[in-house]
Design a protein around this ligand. Structure first.
Ligand code: UT7
Length: 324
């Protein structure tokens, strides 16, 4: 059976860097608090000409270049995002037009920070069913547009950016297995309202605006446990252990979550790719941005076993194994 293989990666980060010292001028916080609680030192914030789809399209163009595939060869464009600049049309349609992928169908997917893994999993199913397909999967966010810049509990955590990858079929290498999960009962521990409804029957007076709301400690606790379980089960059912993993690319939420996760999994530091210190939590974009950096830094070689893992609002979480 053919596998779905990632044959090119790309990413795009906004130009503007927002440091912890800058945040000290905006809310009652300190570089020391942010660094010690999250490991984040800087994040990127989108400006003019850096709408979600524009970041996504630049990441996509770089991924196509590295895959040596033209946009016209694409059959499908999927953008995982929870911060599109418009509700309709989808971000993916804007990307499709921007890069000139005229033969591709296009749609968005929202699984919060797990969106990229959900998207890869879906793309893999298409390619297994139709091996001729070439698919672009993008994770792209402009969470700076959805963060309450007066709420120190959340505004220090998030950043903007996009990462993309191109998938095609391969007789040997590619995605080996994945495991996706959700628990909608816990939605209110991490959520983002849409703007108030104009339909009086559906308007909710309790709504606090379209900002990210989070119970940080609960999210922390669930995230560590859920990611540990999904990774352990995925490795077990494939007869593998953490020792077999060449590089672990987790969702970049915060170094303390990752530290606890690595401790519980018994994963050595050098096997884990971390860049949350530079970009903060970019939600659905974090894994593809990290993957692109890892590729460009020469951290991934042919034959490597790569492990992805994510956790986010929903709650949604998951893990994936790839034979590179
Ligand atoms: O993709 C998943 C996305 N979500 C996450 O990754 C978040 C997971 N959660 C976390 O990483 C942590 O819970 C946080 C980093 C968000 C917070 O760390 P914490 O150790 O859980 O702190 P806390 O929320 O329990 O707050 C401790 C104190 C509070 O003050 P009091 O009530 O003890 O006086 C907060 O008001 O820290 C205060 N605090 C801050 N102080 C300075 C909260 N935010 C800040 C801040 N600067 N930015």
């Amino acid at each position: 059976m053919h596998k779905a293989r990632i044959c090119g990666t790309g990413s795009c980060l906004p130009d503007r860097v927002l440091s912890n010292t800058d945040l000290e001028q905006m809310v009652d916080t300190s570089d020391e608090w942010i660094t010690s609680r999250t490991g984040i030192r800087t994040r990127r914030i989108a400006g003019a000409g850096e709408q979600n789809y524009q970041l996504a399209a630049k990441a996509a163009a770089r991924a196509l270049e590295s895959a040596n595939i033209s946009a016209m060869e694409l059959d499908m464009v999927l953008v995982a995002t929870m911060s599109p600049h418009m509700i309709m049309p989808s971000c993916a349609c804007f990307v499709q037009a921007e890069i000139g992928a005229e033969n591709a169908f296009a749609f968005d997917l929202n699984a919060a920070c797990s969106g990229f893994l959900y998207g890869l999993d879906l793309a893999e199913k298409y390619i297994v069913a139709k091996p001729a397909m070439k698919i672009l999967v993008i994770g792209s966010e402009t969470l700076s547009t959805r963060v309450n810049w007066e709420d120190r509990n959340t505004c220090i955590l998030f950043g903007d950016g996009a990462g993309a990858c191109v998938l095609e079929s391969s007789p040997k290498r590619g995605i080996l297995d994945s495991s996706l999960h959700a628990d909608g009962k816990l939605w209110n521990l991490l959520y983002m309202d849409s703007p108030a409804s104009r339909n009086p029957e559906l308007a909710d007076p309790e709504r606090k605006g379209c900002f990210i709301q989070m119970s940080g400690r609960d999210v922390f606790k669930y995230a560590v446990r859920a990611m540990e379980n999904t990774v352990t089960n995925l490795l077990d059912r494939n007869g593998l252990s953490v020792d077999d993993v060449s590089l672990f690319i987790p969702h970049q939420a915060n170094v303390r979550i990752l530290g606890k996760l690595m401790e519980r999994l018994g994963m050595e530091d050098e096997k884990v790719f971390i860049n949350v210190n530079k970009y903060g939590n970019t939600s659905a974009a974090s894994i593809p941005i990290a993957l692109d950096e890892a590729c460009r830094e020469g951290r991934i070689n042919d034959g490597d076993l790569i492990l992805f893992c994510s956790f986010g609002g929903g709650f949604t979480w998951g893990s994936m194994l790839l034979h590179w």
